[in-house]
Design a protein around this ligand. Structure first.
Ligand code: G4P
Length: 537
């Protein structure tokens, strides 16, 4: 196969890689992710007036809203990835669903990111969902940048926030900016690298445009006058404390995810958003090398490689149209180029690729490592698949997490079993839910598993609307699952018992479902001859 990727000059490739930043924002609901996303797009010039992404927010609250939204696909799709430029950087901001019932989707998206921005509410600090997502990042040693949001209103003292993050997550913090308050009023931030005070003016437009800004050093007469002696002295004391007792900046520790640069600001009023972008982008990693079955693949590798991390169905409700989101790992992508779909061993033409800009999609001619492109797919691609132009290799790095909710599918019309199996197979390939069988897939009707219960509602809705299979779910009493590796007879013996059930996933790998933590612990402690895994081995 002749591959246009091979003709790319190393300099051109290196330059494109150096400009790219691919990241996701992780946060607990309500910390301000939608607001911050919008402000990043505003500063990136991708939108002109904040308020555009806002419509999405209401949707995370109720299933019915979510369904309605799904029918308007445009919104949820364009929000899967947002591409924009800022100050010489080409940014891919990967969006993750707000509702925690879709966290599987979030986990997969994090695999496609090179870094994560952890957004905290200044009153609440680290919350439950932040913690879960942080753990997923930690598993992959993803560099984490922290933005403490909502500083425009009274929150926990910054020093306390930082020590809470350190104690809670076991990550060291290095404040890159430091908030300046006059009593309860947020005036701006101090940039430690430049020694500049950045003061903001609150506009009349409620944050829909950029914040006006003035900058000067702490010795600057005008700055001292604006802040007042008292504020300057308090700030100097805090900065001295940070310099003396705080962490040193250590780029290697940022890269391996053990130290997080911290920024303060307010997404709502735009205070601190631009200083964050300016410092974050140069510090954040350019596209990183990835492990593959053929060893480490660096972005500079001349052949095109990439993997599917998300599939979005029903972009157009009139057709069974799916978009596979591909994160490019190496090489140069050109529209229409031929590649190899490694799992099937068949050639695939990468036609009509799309990129996403805030609310619009456009066809792309060219894309580079770190970029995410959307490919039209008629059912060939699955989450986790690799495409290459050179010798075959597979990334296979998309984790499947063990579900926490289980149900048996009950068909309204038993004659539609075949359609059910087709629907479930395709939906599980998309990652909409996981499907399990008892022994063989001709046996009793399948069991579905989900990380979040809302996934079930979506599954039933889609089975009926897309596959013409009305069905119901009978919830099963299991709450935990572990993939098991070991001797087949042993596995059968261990899986057969009170409060447990042995099932097989779509790849015929065995799992044991457990009713509760107690049964799980007891079994894991007792059965030392088999290995138990929470993430599919
Ligand atoms: P999410 O996507 O993380 O769930 O959060 P979202 O941006 O929707 O923000 C949640 C709430 O927090 C919103 O208020 C939003 O206006 C507010 N918020 C976001 N950033 C800031 C900030 O920097 N300062 C302050 N004070 N508030 C902020 P809401 O009342 O739920 O909605 P709305 O009436 O403002 O639309």
């Amino acid at each position: 196969m002749t591959s246009p990727a091979q003709s790319v000059s190393p300099d051109e490739l290196a330059e494109a890689i150096a400009r790219r930043r691919t990241f996701a924002i992780i946060s607990h609901p309500d910390a301000g992710k939608t607001t911050l996303t919008e402000k990043l797009l505003l500063y990136g010039g991708a939108i002109h007036m904040a308020g555009a992404v806002k419509a999405r927010r209401a949707t995370r609250h109720a299933t019915s809203d979510w369904m309605a939204l799904e029918q308007e696909r445009g919104i949820s799709v364009t929000s899967s990835v947002m591409q924009f430029e800022y100050s010489g950087f080409d940014i891919n901001l990967l969006d993750t669903p707000g509702h925690q019932d879709f966290s599987e989707d979030t986990y997969r998206t994090l695999v496609a990111a090179d870094s994560a921005v952890m957004l905290l509410d200044n009153r609440r600090g680290v919350e439950e969902r932040t913690r879960q997502l942080f753990e997923v990042c930690r598993l992959r040693r993803t560099p984490i940048f922290t933005f403490v949001n909502k500083c425009d209103r009274v929150g926990a003292p910054p020093l306390q926030l930082i020590s809470d993050v350190e104690a809670d997550l076991g990550i060291r913090c290095y404040p890159v900016t430091w908030p300046i308050f006059d009593g309860h009023t947020f005036l701006g931030v101090f940039e430690r690298a430049t020694g500049l005070v950045r003061l903001f003016e609150k506009g009349e437009d409620h944050g829909s445009g950029r914040a006006a800004e003035a900058a000067g050093s702490l010795d600057d007469e005008a700055v001292i006058k604006r802040l007042g002696e008292g504020v300057v002295t308090a700030l100097r004391d805090e900065l001295e404390l940070l310099d003396a007792a705080g962490e040193e900046f250590d780029a290697d520790a940022v890269s391996d995810g053990t130290l997080t640069p911290v920024f303060f600001g307010s997404a709502l009023t735009n205070f601190g958003v631009e200083p964050f972008l300016k410092a974050f982008l140069p510090l954040a990693p350019a596209p990183l090398p990835r492990e593959s079955s053929a060893g480490i693949i660096t972005p500079e590798h001349a052949e095109l490689t990439g993997f599917v991390f998300k599939i979005q169905a029903n972009m157009d409700p009139k057709h069974r149209d799916r978009i596979a989101f591909v994160r490019l790992v190496s090489g140069r992508f050109l529209a229409g180029m031929a590649a190899l779909h490694v799992r099937s061993g068949r050639p695939i033409r990468l036609a009509a690729p799309q990129q996403f800009m805030a609310r619009e999609r456009k066809l792309v001619e060219e894309a580079w490592p770190g970029d995410v492109i959307g490919l039209h797919d008629r059912g060939t691609l699955r989450v986790g698949d690799t495409i290459v132009t050179g010798p075959p290799l597979e990334f296979g790095n998309i984790p499947r997490f063990s579900p926490e909710h289980f149900a048996r599918v009950r068909l309204a019309d038993p004659m539609r079993r075949k359609q059910l199996d087709t629907g479930l197979r395709q939906l599980s390939e998309e990652g909409a839910a996981q499907v399990f069988y008892e022994d063989t897939n001709i046996g009793p009707s399948p069991i579905v598993g989900a990380v979040g219960a809302l996934q079930f509602d979506v599954l039933l809705h889609r089975l009926e609307n897309e596959y013409g299979v009305p069905a119901k779910l009978d919830r099963l009493p299991f709450a935990l699952a572990r993939w098991v590796v070991g001797d087949a007879d042993e596995i059968r013996r261990v899986g057969d018992g009170y409060g447990k059930k042995l099932v097989f996933d779509s790849r015929e790998a065995p799992l044991i479902l457990f009713e509760n933590e107690y049964t799980l612990r007891g079994t894991v402690d007792r059965e030392t001859k088999i290995a138990f895994h929470a993430v599919a081995p």
